[in-house]
Write a protein that binds this ligand. Sequence first.
Ligand code: 5GP
Ligand code: ZN
Length: 116
Amino acid sequence: MSAEIDCLFCKISAGQIPAEIVIETVSAIAFRDIDPKAPTHVLVIPRTHFADVTELAQKNPNLAGELMSIAAEVAKLEGLSTGYRVVTNNGEDAGQSVSHVHFHVLGGRSLSWPPG
Ligand code: 5GP
Ligand code: ZN
């Protein structure tokens, strides 16, 4: 596990900042978003620091797949049987605000498309 100094999500992964954890594995963690945009809003992150999906896909595509499996597991645990969205904001134009790759799992209401 690598931890970037001053990375919020590395600190959550290391237990230095509290979060409401939904799933934990050796390589990943899923926890509730502090400012939920839907009744279920969970973030799935790798414990290892990657800035964004571009870096994750280049350096560890297997881990990217594992994170998708965890997102699906979160949806099952949260009872999102009528649908859910998995989204990742990559870079400035997409509005990425935390530079540690994360997948939003959103559900529990009808979700509009396109997101804007
Ligand atoms: P982004 O805007 O980068 O796609 O998503 C970052 C997400 O992290 C936002 O939805 C924001 O609400 C969430 N977030 C920011 N700070 C914290 C925090 O300290 N704890 C938790 N659980 N979520 C956070
Ligand atoms: Zn990090």
